[in-house]
Design a protein around this ligand. Structure first.
Ligand code: KG4
Ligand code: ZN
Length: 350
């Protein structure tokens, strides 16, 4: 039978950090990704050991129009086929956000399309829901979202589309940031998460290094990762010249420590809040140890809670994750006037 409601097509744009991305999604009763283009600057920033905002801004400016053009071509659509334009309005680096936002504002005005402002963290929250039927997403609420990225480590209670409450998270470093700093201490390069995780996976045999699991036994859902990182630093100072096996063991123990804290706090919060599902998102959700730990723990502790984990390609920054929540804003006529829209580098979701 033919679907009687008209499909909605949204062009989404993301430029909050070091990826310039655009995607077109078609919404019927489900989501279809018509295109997904990402131009990554990671290799350029790697030379500096981290993201340099001015370099990011210049790269975004160079890439944004070709990336959008590519996304429309891959989707085989013309501007007249698009129902709305969505863009990340924050949080992120101001010079990076500005490129995406100003481009989206210009296109929305020139093409006469409604404009939707999406919070980057909201994008990560939705990144595990791309395979769901749109009406079925509601069945997952109340949901607990764990967002773990380079800038955030948050536990967020989601009672409905657009309804968020902050439950807990880090009081100091974000977990991705801690991965990146530990990789730097070990001389492994940037971004640190994937490299530390690769070394960690090579570990076998006897364990000689033990790192703390800060706040793991404390009630509540606050976490701390800077203490684990400092502990790595002290241990490295004592160890002197490192052999490959020391690096492998340090990476493994660090990954174990942070994923123990994240998995336990997440499961305890889910139990206390009696949620129906746990939604995981953000760059660190690519981490195999974290994914496995949360799945295994939940099977024992909360077998009826559904665990949603994004496909690896949607864990890092992309525009698909911005375009999915934009659909629910579209349905609510939640549009923003281009003349009054400025990006907010510190925009809090909750
Ligand atoms: O979400 P994301 O791409 O960008 C931000 O919004 O911050 O997250 C980037 C972070 C980086 O800190 C990176 O090291 C980390 O995600 N990351 C990982 C893994 N892949 C990326 N951390 C641990 N294990 C991974 N496999
Ligand atoms: Zn992100």
């Amino acid at each position: 039978m033919k679907n009687s409601t008209k499909p909605i097509k949204i062009l989404g744009i993301e430029s909050s950090c070091d990826e310039t991305a655009a995607a077109v999604l078609e919404f019927t009763d489900k989501v279809e990704i018509l295109s997904n283009i990402i131009s990554s600057q990671v290799k350029i920033h790697a030379k500096f050991g981290g993201v340099v905002p001015e370099v990011a801004a210049r790269m975004h400016l160079e890439q944004i129009l070709p990336v959008i053009d590519h996304a429309l071509k891959q989707a085989k659509l013309k501007k007249s086929d698009i129902d709305a334009i969505a863009v990340t309005g924050g949080p992120g680096l101001m010079p990076a956000l500005l490129t995406g936002v100003e481009t989206a504002k210009t296109l929305a005005s020139a093409w006469n399309k409604p404009l939707i402002r999406v919070n980057h963290i909201e994008g990560h929250v939705y990144s595990s829901l791309l395979d769901e039927k749109l009406l079925d997403i509601k069945k997952l609420f109340p949901a607990l979202a764990l967002v773990v990225s380079g800038g955030h480590t948050d536990l967020i209670l989601m009672s409905d589309h657009g309804k968020y409450k902050w439950i807990g998270g880090t009081r100091d470093d974000a977990v991705g940031e801690a991965f990146d700093k530990v990789a730097k201490m070990l001389g492994l390069g940037y971004p640190g998460g994937p490299i530390v995780s690769k070394f960690a996976d090579k570990f076998f045999g006897e364990k000689n290094i033990e790192l703390p699991r800060p706040m793991i036994d404390k009630p509540g859902f606050e976490m701390s990762f800077s203490g684990i990182k400092t502990s790595v630093l002290y241990k490295l100072e004592k160890m002197g010249k490192l052999k490959d096996k020391d690096i492998i063991e340090m990476c493994h123990e660090f990954q174990e420590a942070v994923t123990d804290v994240l998995a336990l706090k997440t499961l305890n919060a889910a139990e206390k809040l009696k949620v129906k599902s746990i939604l995981i998102g953000g760059g660190v959700s690519a981490n195999k140890a974290l994914r496995t730990k949360i799945q295994n723990l939940s099977q024992h502790q909360l077998p009826n809670v559904e665990i949603k984990i994004p496909e690896i390609q949607f864990t890092g920054d992309n525009a698909v994750m911005i375009t999915l929540p934009a659909y629910f804003h579209f349905k609510n006529n939640d549009f923003i006037d281009p003349t009054k829209f400025r990006p907010d580098p510190n925009w809090e979701l909750v």
